[in-house]
Design a binder for this molecule. Structure first.
Ligand code: ATP
Ligand code: MG
Length: 278
Protein backbone atom coordinates (compact mmCIF):
# COMPACT_ATOMS: atom_id res chain seq x y z
CA UNK A 1 0.00 0.00 0.00
CA UNK A 2 1.29 3.48 -0.85
CA UNK A 3 2.26 5.77 2.02
CA UNK A 4 0.10 8.52 0.58
CA UNK A 5 -2.90 7.96 -1.64
CA UNK A 6 -4.86 10.87 -3.09
CA UNK A 7 -8.31 10.12 -4.43
CA UNK A 8 -10.28 12.46 -6.64
CA UNK A 9 -9.16 15.60 -4.81
CA UNK A 10 -10.50 19.04 -5.68
CA UNK A 11 -9.80 22.24 -3.74
CA UNK A 12 -10.88 25.68 -4.92
CA UNK A 13 -10.38 29.22 -3.71
CA UNK A 14 -13.89 30.54 -3.50
CA UNK A 15 -13.96 34.32 -3.48
CA UNK A 16 -16.44 37.07 -4.13
CA UNK A 17 -15.26 40.05 -6.14
CA UNK A 18 -17.77 42.92 -6.03
CA UNK A 19 -20.46 40.42 -5.16
CA UNK A 20 -19.60 38.08 -8.02
CA UNK A 21 -18.57 34.56 -7.01
CA UNK A 22 -15.27 33.51 -8.48
CA UNK A 23 -13.68 30.04 -8.15
CA UNK A 24 -10.01 29.39 -8.72
CA UNK A 25 -9.67 25.66 -9.41
CA UNK A 26 -6.22 25.37 -7.86
CA UNK A 27 -6.45 21.59 -7.33
CA UNK A 28 -8.77 19.94 -9.80
CA UNK A 29 -9.65 16.25 -9.66
CA UNK A 30 -6.28 14.81 -8.70
CA UNK A 31 -5.63 11.10 -8.11
CA UNK A 32 -2.10 9.86 -7.45
CA UNK A 33 0.03 8.13 -4.86
CA UNK A 34 3.44 8.48 -3.24
CA UNK A 35 5.29 5.31 -2.27
CA UNK A 36 7.15 4.81 0.98
CA UNK A 37 10.76 6.03 0.79
CA UNK A 38 10.19 7.76 -2.54
CA UNK A 39 11.22 11.29 -3.48
CA UNK A 40 8.37 12.70 -5.54
CA UNK A 41 9.06 15.92 -7.40
CA UNK A 42 6.23 18.30 -8.14
CA UNK A 43 6.78 20.66 -11.06
CA UNK A 44 4.80 23.24 -12.97
CA UNK A 45 4.72 26.94 -13.68
CA UNK A 46 3.90 29.64 -11.17
CA UNK A 47 0.23 29.60 -10.16
CA UNK A 48 -0.49 26.02 -11.32
CA UNK A 49 -1.46 24.93 -7.80
CA UNK A 50 1.66 23.33 -6.31
CA UNK A 51 1.58 25.13 -2.94
CA UNK A 52 -2.18 24.74 -2.70
CA UNK A 53 -1.87 20.99 -3.24
CA UNK A 54 0.71 20.77 -0.44
CA UNK A 55 -1.57 22.70 1.90
CA UNK A 56 -4.36 20.21 1.27
CA UNK A 57 -2.03 17.23 1.71
CA UNK A 58 -1.07 18.73 5.07
CA UNK A 59 -4.69 19.56 5.99
CA UNK A 60 -3.77 23.22 6.30
CA UNK A 61 -6.92 24.45 4.63
CA UNK A 62 -8.30 27.87 5.51
CA UNK A 63 -10.87 30.04 3.71
CA UNK A 64 -11.05 31.10 0.94
CA UNK A 65 -9.53 27.67 0.15
CA UNK A 66 -12.05 24.84 0.36
CA UNK A 67 -11.80 21.13 -0.29
CA UNK A 68 -14.77 20.23 -2.45
CA UNK A 69 -14.16 16.52 -2.63
CA UNK A 70 -11.59 13.80 -2.27
CA UNK A 71 -9.46 11.94 0.23
CA UNK A 72 -5.90 12.29 1.46
CA UNK A 73 -5.09 8.83 2.81
CA UNK A 74 -1.93 8.11 4.74
CA UNK A 75 -0.76 4.61 5.58
CA UNK A 76 2.30 3.86 7.72
CA UNK A 77 3.27 1.95 10.89
CA UNK A 78 -0.10 0.16 10.90
CA UNK A 79 -1.91 3.49 10.82
CA UNK A 80 -4.42 4.27 8.08
CA UNK A 81 -6.34 7.52 8.01
CA UNK A 82 -7.78 10.24 5.84
CA UNK A 83 -6.02 13.38 7.06
CA UNK A 84 -8.93 15.58 6.00
CA UNK A 85 -11.34 13.87 8.40
CA UNK A 86 -8.97 13.32 11.33
CA UNK A 87 -10.02 14.71 14.71
CA UNK A 88 -8.27 17.95 15.70
CA UNK A 89 -6.08 16.52 18.49
CA UNK A 90 -4.91 13.59 16.36
CA UNK A 91 -4.23 15.96 13.49
CA UNK A 92 -2.07 18.16 15.71
CA UNK A 93 -0.13 15.11 16.79
CA UNK A 94 0.69 13.79 13.32
CA UNK A 95 1.56 17.23 11.90
CA UNK A 96 5.30 17.82 12.51
CA UNK A 97 5.81 14.45 14.18
CA UNK A 98 4.90 12.20 11.23
CA UNK A 99 4.02 14.65 8.47
CA UNK A 100 6.31 17.62 8.24
CA UNK A 101 6.51 20.74 6.13
CA UNK A 102 9.17 23.11 4.84
CA UNK A 103 7.07 26.09 3.70
CA UNK A 104 7.74 28.30 0.70
CA UNK A 105 9.91 31.21 1.90
CA UNK A 106 11.88 30.22 4.99
CA UNK A 107 11.13 33.54 6.69
CA UNK A 108 7.60 32.40 7.56
CA UNK A 109 8.68 29.44 9.70
CA UNK A 110 10.25 31.47 12.46
CA UNK A 111 8.79 34.20 14.57
CA UNK A 112 10.72 37.39 13.67
CA UNK A 113 10.86 38.61 17.27
CA UNK A 114 11.94 35.37 18.90
CA UNK A 115 15.27 33.63 18.86
CA UNK A 116 15.45 30.47 16.76
CA UNK A 117 15.99 28.42 19.94
CA UNK A 118 12.45 29.24 21.10
CA UNK A 119 10.88 27.82 17.96
CA UNK A 120 12.83 24.57 18.33
CA UNK A 121 11.76 24.46 21.98
CA UNK A 122 8.09 24.96 21.06
CA UNK A 123 8.07 22.21 18.43
CA UNK A 124 9.87 19.69 20.61
CA UNK A 125 7.93 20.37 23.79
CA UNK A 126 4.59 20.24 21.95
CA UNK A 127 5.32 16.75 20.68
CA UNK A 128 7.79 15.10 23.00
CA UNK A 129 6.04 16.54 26.04
CA UNK A 130 9.43 17.19 27.55
CA UNK A 131 9.88 19.96 30.05
CA UNK A 132 13.42 18.78 30.55
CA UNK A 133 15.65 21.58 29.27
CA UNK A 134 18.69 19.30 29.06
CA UNK A 135 16.87 16.80 26.88
CA UNK A 136 15.68 19.56 24.60
CA UNK A 137 19.18 21.06 24.33
CA UNK A 138 20.75 17.72 23.55
CA UNK A 139 18.20 16.75 20.91
CA UNK A 140 18.49 20.14 19.19
CA UNK A 141 22.26 20.39 19.35
CA UNK A 142 22.80 16.80 18.17
CA UNK A 143 20.51 17.37 15.19
CA UNK A 144 22.14 20.68 14.20
CA UNK A 145 25.62 19.16 14.48
CA UNK A 146 24.50 16.14 12.49
CA UNK A 147 23.39 18.48 9.70
CA UNK A 148 26.60 20.53 9.90
CA UNK A 149 24.94 23.68 11.22
CA UNK A 150 26.70 25.94 13.74
CA UNK A 151 25.04 26.05 17.16
CA UNK A 152 25.14 29.85 17.11
CA UNK A 153 22.01 29.82 14.94
CA UNK A 154 20.02 28.97 18.06
CA UNK A 155 20.86 32.32 19.63
CA UNK A 156 20.03 34.29 16.49
CA UNK A 157 16.90 36.02 15.32
CA UNK A 158 15.67 34.86 11.89
CA UNK A 159 16.69 38.10 10.12
CA UNK A 160 20.27 37.72 11.34
CA UNK A 161 20.79 34.56 9.28
CA UNK A 162 21.63 34.50 5.59
CA UNK A 163 18.96 33.08 3.29
CA UNK A 164 20.84 29.80 2.89
CA UNK A 165 21.48 29.37 6.60
CA UNK A 166 17.86 30.17 7.41
CA UNK A 167 16.66 27.62 4.88
CA UNK A 168 18.96 24.94 6.29
CA UNK A 169 17.74 25.77 9.80
CA UNK A 170 14.14 25.44 8.59
CA UNK A 171 14.97 21.99 7.24
CA UNK A 172 16.59 21.08 10.57
CA UNK A 173 13.42 22.13 12.40
CA UNK A 174 11.18 20.19 10.01
CA UNK A 175 13.19 16.99 10.50
CA UNK A 176 14.05 17.09 14.19
CA UNK A 177 11.25 14.67 15.10
CA UNK A 178 12.23 12.28 12.28
CA UNK A 179 8.95 12.49 10.34
CA UNK A 180 7.75 9.77 7.99
CA UNK A 181 7.06 12.22 5.18
CA UNK A 182 8.35 15.71 4.45
CA UNK A 183 6.80 18.23 2.09
CA UNK A 184 9.23 20.89 0.91
CA UNK A 185 7.86 23.87 -1.00
CA UNK A 186 10.50 25.50 -3.23
CA UNK A 187 13.34 24.67 -0.82
CA UNK A 188 16.03 26.05 -3.11
CA UNK A 189 14.31 28.97 -4.81
CA UNK A 190 15.90 32.40 -4.20
CA UNK A 191 19.21 30.83 -3.16
CA UNK A 192 22.39 31.11 -5.21
CA UNK A 193 23.65 28.00 -6.98
CA UNK A 194 26.30 27.06 -4.43
CA UNK A 195 23.90 27.35 -1.50
CA UNK A 196 21.27 25.46 -3.51
CA UNK A 197 23.65 22.56 -3.85
CA UNK A 198 24.20 22.51 -0.08
CA UNK A 199 20.46 22.43 0.57
CA UNK A 200 19.94 19.57 -1.88
CA UNK A 201 22.79 17.58 -0.34
CA UNK A 202 21.19 18.11 3.06
CA UNK A 203 17.81 16.82 1.86
CA UNK A 204 19.48 13.81 0.25
CA UNK A 205 21.38 13.02 3.45
CA UNK A 206 18.19 13.21 5.51
CA UNK A 207 16.35 11.03 3.04
CA UNK A 208 19.08 8.40 3.07
CA UNK A 209 19.65 8.31 6.80
CA UNK A 210 16.17 8.96 8.21
CA UNK A 211 14.66 6.71 5.49
CA UNK A 212 11.74 9.05 5.02
CA UNK A 213 9.51 9.94 2.08
CA UNK A 214 9.72 13.36 0.44
CA UNK A 215 7.55 15.50 -1.80
CA UNK A 216 9.61 18.34 -3.23
CA UNK A 217 7.94 21.21 -5.02
CA UNK A 218 9.94 23.36 -7.37
CA UNK A 219 9.55 24.84 -10.80
CA UNK A 220 13.31 24.31 -11.24
CA UNK A 221 13.61 21.17 -13.38
CA UNK A 222 17.34 20.93 -12.65
CA UNK A 223 16.51 20.27 -8.99
CA UNK A 224 14.13 17.45 -9.99
CA UNK A 225 16.79 15.99 -12.26
CA UNK A 226 19.11 15.94 -9.27
CA UNK A 227 16.94 14.59 -6.48
CA UNK A 228 13.58 13.12 -7.55
CA UNK A 229 12.68 9.48 -8.21
CA UNK A 230 9.46 10.39 -9.97
CA UNK A 231 8.17 13.77 -11.12
CA UNK A 232 4.58 14.93 -11.31
CA UNK A 233 3.95 17.84 -13.66
CA UNK A 234 0.96 20.08 -12.99
CA UNK A 235 -0.75 22.62 -15.21
CA UNK A 236 -3.72 24.75 -14.16
CA UNK A 237 -4.62 22.54 -11.19
CA UNK A 238 -4.42 19.27 -13.11
CA UNK A 239 -1.81 16.54 -13.51
CA UNK A 240 -0.21 16.59 -16.94
CA UNK A 241 2.17 13.69 -16.37
CA UNK A 242 3.63 11.50 -13.62
CA UNK A 243 6.78 9.70 -14.73
CA UNK A 244 9.99 8.21 -13.48
CA UNK A 245 12.60 10.94 -13.67
CA UNK A 246 14.65 9.10 -16.30
CA UNK A 247 11.64 8.79 -18.59
CA UNK A 248 10.55 12.38 -18.07
CA UNK A 249 13.92 13.80 -19.03
CA UNK A 250 14.70 11.47 -21.93
CA UNK A 251 11.41 10.45 -23.39
CA UNK A 252 8.50 12.58 -22.27
CA UNK A 253 5.51 12.36 -24.53
CA UNK A 254 3.81 15.43 -23.14
CA UNK A 255 4.37 18.75 -24.91
CA UNK A 256 4.04 20.76 -21.71
CA UNK A 257 6.62 18.63 -19.86
CA UNK A 258 8.94 18.95 -22.86
CA UNK A 259 8.51 22.68 -22.75
CA UNK A 260 9.52 22.77 -19.07
CA UNK A 261 12.53 20.52 -19.68
CA UNK A 262 13.65 22.58 -22.66
CA UNK A 263 13.83 25.59 -20.41
CA UNK A 264 16.93 24.01 -18.82
CA UNK A 265 20.30 25.21 -20.07
CA UNK A 266 22.24 22.42 -21.78
CA UNK A 267 25.95 21.67 -21.47
CA UNK A 268 27.69 22.53 -24.72
CA UNK A 269 24.78 24.59 -25.99
CA UNK A 270 26.34 27.38 -28.04
CA UNK A 271 23.17 28.68 -29.58
CA UNK A 272 22.76 32.41 -29.41
CA UNK A 273 20.50 33.51 -26.58
CA UNK A 274 18.02 36.27 -27.40
CA UNK A 275 19.59 39.64 -26.80
CA UNK A 276 17.73 42.10 -24.69
CA UNK A 277 16.89 45.08 -26.87
CA UNK A 278 15.47 48.31 -25.68
N1 ATP B 1 -5.63 33.10 -0.98
C1 ATP B 1 -5.94 32.95 -2.26
N2 ATP B 1 -7.11 33.44 -2.77
C2 ATP B 1 -7.46 33.28 -4.05
N3 ATP B 1 -6.69 32.65 -4.97
C3 ATP B 1 -5.51 32.16 -4.56
C4 ATP B 1 -5.06 32.29 -3.19
N4 ATP B 1 -3.83 31.70 -3.08
C5 ATP B 1 -3.54 31.23 -4.30
N5 ATP B 1 -4.53 31.49 -5.19
C6 ATP B 1 -4.57 31.12 -6.62
O1 ATP B 1 -4.53 29.72 -6.72
C7 ATP B 1 -3.73 29.32 -7.83
C8 ATP B 1 -2.65 28.37 -7.37
O2 ATP B 1 -1.76 29.06 -6.50
P1 ATP B 1 -0.51 28.35 -5.81
O3 ATP B 1 0.08 29.29 -4.85
O4 ATP B 1 -0.93 27.02 -5.31
O5 ATP B 1 0.47 28.14 -7.08
P2 ATP B 1 1.99 27.63 -7.13
O6 ATP B 1 2.03 26.59 -8.20
O7 ATP B 1 2.45 27.26 -5.78
O8 ATP B 1 2.77 28.93 -7.67
P3 ATP B 1 4.28 29.44 -7.34
O9 ATP B 1 5.19 28.59 -8.20
O10 ATP B 1 4.26 30.86 -7.78
O11 ATP B 1 4.54 29.28 -5.87
C9 ATP B 1 -3.22 30.60 -8.47
O12 ATP B 1 -4.04 30.92 -9.53
C10 ATP B 1 -3.33 31.61 -7.36
O13 ATP B 1 -3.52 32.90 -7.88
MG1 MG C 1 3.95 27.99 -4.53
Amino acid sequence: MALLQIEDLSAYYITHVFGVKRDVKAVDNLTFSVEENEIMGLAGESGCGKSTLLKVLLAMVKPPLRVLKGEVNYSYNDKNFNLLTLEKDKLRKVQWEDISYIPQGSMSTFNPVRKIRKTFEDVISAHKKTEDKKEFEKLTEDHLKYLGLPLEVLNSYPHQLSGGMRQRTTIALATILKPKIIFADEPTTALDVVVQRGVIQMLKQLHREQENTMVIVTHDMAVHANIADRVMVMYAGKIVEISKKEKLFTNSSHPYSKFLINSLPKIGDRSQKKKCTR
